[in-house]
Design a protein around this ligand. Structure first.
Ligand code: GUN
Length: 293
């Protein structure tokens, strides 16, 4: 069993991005600029955005956080998005989700210019991803693909079982793994809450992507020997420690790890890869903007 170390992989990619930014700046140009919009006081969102800011600083990007109160109107937010869409000093921006209930998330996402949508949430970018065309792939599916690529995991002709059919993880990652590409070419099965006899599929899987949101759902007796296991779950469960909780994945690590060939730890697996995907997308947005000038 070998760990798929997301933290180490993310640090490796971070160095590659930093080197490119250093080159850009040495050429007398401004560094890539990512803007994050946050509305309201959601604690988890604040932590995510602070993490994004820290990563931007580490790779040499400029980052700006626009924080607005909970009672911000949809109209105001649409105005901010319009300004950012037209700001030549901004390469990419994200609107941190969830938004307060009185704001229509779909309307907001649709208003973001696809060229600056480094979250890859705009329907145009989702469509391009489905077609296998060049686009911004959203953070978690992109992070998973980068991790498989970094460890040179053989995917061609393998049976990959994706647990979960969410728009942000299950369905996009299933699509990417089925595409005709070096780190695709899998035969993919998507299992979800209505799937009957889920073990029938997981026991046949060469690769399992667990993104079902149920802590320790996947157990050792549900996987075959030598399977590659990617655990996307991050559930906080109460624990008798300083924080009062611990982070648990969708995989029961102790029973699954001994049977696996590769497995992601939680934390330190897929998590760190998601943020580096956003950094890669921001650099790409910068390069595309420069090319189009
Ligand atoms: N909330 C949780 N994850 C994300 C993300 O990747 N992007 C945005 N915009 N909001 C989030």
């Amino acid at each position: 069993m070998e760990l798929l170390k997301g933290k180490e992989t993310a640090d490796f990619i971070k160095k590659e991005i930093s080197a490119k930014v250093a080159e850009i700046v040495a050429n007398g140009e401004r560094p890539p600029h990512l803007v994050a919009i946050i509305v309201g006081e959601d604690g988890a969102s604040k932590t995510y955005v602070a993490n994004k800011e820290r990563n931007c600083a580490q790779v040499g990007f400029k980052s700006t956080v626009l924080s607005y109160p909970e009672d911000t109107t949809e109209e105001f937010l649409l105005g901010v998005i319009d300004q950012l869409n037209n700001d030549d000093e901004v390469d990419g921006f994200i609107v941190q989700l969830p938004l307060p209930k009185h704001i229509d998330e779909e309307k907001i996402i649709n208003a973001i210019s696809p060229k600056k949508d480094v979250d890859g949430f705009h329907p145009k970018n989702v469509g391009l991803m489905l077609l296998g065309e060049e686009t911004f792939i959203s953070a978690t599916p992109y992070g998973i693909m980068l991790l498989l690529e970094h460890y040179n995991i053989e995917t061609t002709g393998k049976h990959c079982v994706v647990l979960g059919r969410s728009n942000i993880v299950g369905r996009p990652v299933a699509n990417l793994l089925s595409q005709k590409s070096k780190y695709g070419d899998c035969t993919v099965t998507i299992c979800h809450s209505r799937t009957k006899d889920i073990e029938k599929y997981t026991r046949d899987a060469d690769i399992i992507i667990a993104a079902i949101g149920i802590p320790e759902f996947l157990k050792g007796d549900m996987v075959k020997d030598g399977a590659v296991i990617v655990d996307v779950g991050i559930t906080r469960v109460p624990a008798d420690n300083e924080k009062g909780y611990r982070i648990v994945g969708d995989v029961e690590f102790d029973s699954v790890a001994p049977k696996s060939s590769y497995i992601t730890p939680v934390p330190g697996g897929v998590g760190p890869m998601t943020i580096i995907s956003l950094m890669k997308n921001t650099l790409k947005a910068y390069e595309l903007r420069k090319k189009s000038k």
